[in-house]
Design a protein around this ligand. Sequence first.
Ligand SMILES: [Zn+2]
Length: 126
Amino acid sequence: MCESRDTKTALKNGVRLRCPKCGKGKLFQSYLKVESNCDACGLDLTPQRADDGPAYVVILLVCHIAGVAMHLMYKPFVDNPLALALIVSIGAIVLSLTMLPPVKGAFVAIQWAKGMHGFGVAKSAN
Ligand SMILES: [Zn+2]
């Protein structure tokens, strides 16, 4: 099983929440629950081990964005810190929930492209 797996294509498919191999089948059966098999090409997706990786990446990115947002919004909201905290908190929650599925899709795609965790030995094209 030495098929060529293009990492860039797999990543694009994963971020679009599609199967990393064919780009047609759905990657998730619910919000963050990965399908057991691709419904288009039949790729077994059970070897994926994204675990906490997507959450760590999302926290890292969202905290940096929220930090910059708080810095930029400090002066206009200096008299109303509660409103600032509320706006930044709600923004961080919405951004986190929005970013989690594509980041998890990217994790699964990288694992498939690199042949990690039982996805078989991969011969990367790049
Ligand atoms: Zn597929």
